[in-house]
Design a protein around this ligand. Structure first.
Ligand SMILES: C[S@@+](CC[C@H](N)C(=O)[O-])C[C@H]1O[C@@H](n2cnc3c(N)ncnc32)[C@H](O)[C@@H]1O
Ligand code: SF4
Length: 353
């Protein structure tokens, strides 16, 4: 096992679009105690070797609203398992990642930060239900950079009903002004999720294909190479491992691990998780679902589709698509690559039928 995910389910407030587990941090002490049990149990159970973890991702929720001291015990335990070159990412919100928190996390070994900016526009930030303004985005990036973080990502959301060409140009002009401080951009096409303030408001998403393409091309023109439908710049090794179908251990509330062709789900309520953090429900993935996943993930990213991992019929269809210039076949790698990630779902559906 080389990849570890840790989930921090607490947030200061709930954003209008977000369906991730986000709770008030009333029970953080109990949560971290349970999290330690979870980690210790599975490291022993899976016989994880020293120095073997190559990527660690602390995601949320909002990892930065939890005092740095809570991470101390986690890193003390993990230290010997983390490879010297381990990519250690923490997500952080602009308004809670103060200098002290950033400094402490850096001392623990965090070497990649992912800030949820979402937008530089005050009106769009309000519309999305964010509890920070543009200034906090600049402050947090500048602070992190000054403290020596050289691998910084920014999350943005686009294709909302407010995203016309003027808005997207506004986002791009701000990205341009900080492009030397960041290494990566995640630009997410908004999805309207159930059980959020945006649920049933399908018109809040524009579905404007040409504007999507325009935004993606503008990000690329800033020098951030696209390597996945939503990701640009220096490849995040942790996410790459997901897309390559590698095994990973995930600890924490509502987290999902992948091991020996099975998914393992932790409890979904805080109370249950705190009572029994090592509980996992199991979902066995059959060959058909693994094949589908390989198609969808491969077509959305630089990973591509391995011609040995698909059926004869799918291979024939993939060659048909490469003759039609919708896919590119690399003979040496025996892989099909998708030159336009925006078409990935359509292509995957065509191949799977
Ligand atoms: C799980 S969140 C955690 C990050 C952090 N809490 C924050 O909000 O800054 C990771 C990212 O997912 C993206 N995201 C969450 N819900 C989304 C949605 N419905 N549509 C598109 N992107 C979404 C946001 O860009 C967010 O920064
Ligand atoms: S987007 Fe981030 S801050 Fe907002 S509710 Fe979701 S996890 Fe919490």
């Amino acid at each position: 096992m080389q990849h570890l995910y840790i989930h921090i389910p607490f947030c200061e407030s709930k954003c209008n679009y977000c369906a991730f587990t986000s709770l008030s941090k009333k029970y953080e002490k109990e949560y971290f105690k349970a999290l330690m049990k979870d980690l210790k149990f599975y490291f022993r159970f899976l016989n994880i070797k020293k120095q073997s973890i190559k990527t660690l991702f602390i995601g949320g929720g909002t990892p930065s609203i939890v005092d740095a001291k809570f991470y101390e015990e986690i890193f003390k335990f993990l230290n010997c398992f983390l490879n010297d070159k381990c990519e250690i990412t923490s997500e952080a919100n602009p308004n809670s990642s103060n200098e002290f928190w950033l400094k402490e996390m850096k001392n623990f070994g965090v070497n990649r930060l992912s800030f949820g900016a979402q937008s530089f526009n005050e009106k769009k930030l309000k519309f999305l239900g964010r509890n920070h303004g543009q200034k906090s985005i600049y402050d947090s990036i500048n602070n992190a950079f000054k403290l020596g973080f050289k691998n910084i990502n920014l999350d943005l959301i686009y294709d909302t009903k407010l995203d016309d060409k003027k808005m997207l140009n506004y986002e791009i002009s701000h990205l341009k002004s900080i492009k030397n401080l960041i290494k990566h951009i995640s630009a997410y096409n908004i999805s309207i999720e159930k059980n959020t303030a945006f649920a049933n408001k399908e018109h809040f998403k524009k579905n404007a294909y040409l504007l999507m393409k325009y935004f993606i091309n503008s990000i690329k023109e800033l020098g951030f190479k696209q390597y996945e439908i939503s990701n640009f710049g220096k490849i995040c090794k942790h996410n790459l491992a997901y897309w390559q179908g590698k095994e990973y251990l995930a600890c924490g509330l509502s987290s999902v691990s992948f091991y020996k062709k099975q998914r393992f789900y932790t409890h979904k309520t805080l109370k249950e998780y705190i009572q029994n953090p090592i509980f996992r429900s199991v979902e066995k993935l059959d060959d058909k679902s693994l094949n589908l996943e390989h198609l969808f993930l491969g077509l959305r990213s630089v990973v591509g589709i391995n011609s040995n991992k698909i059926s004869q019929e799918q291979r024939e269809k993939a060659f048909f698509l490469s003759r039609a210039k919708k896919l590119v076949y690399n003979e040496r790698k025996k892989k099909f690559f998708n030159p336009n990630y925006l078409l990935s779902d359509e292509l995957a559906l065509f191949l799977q039928e």
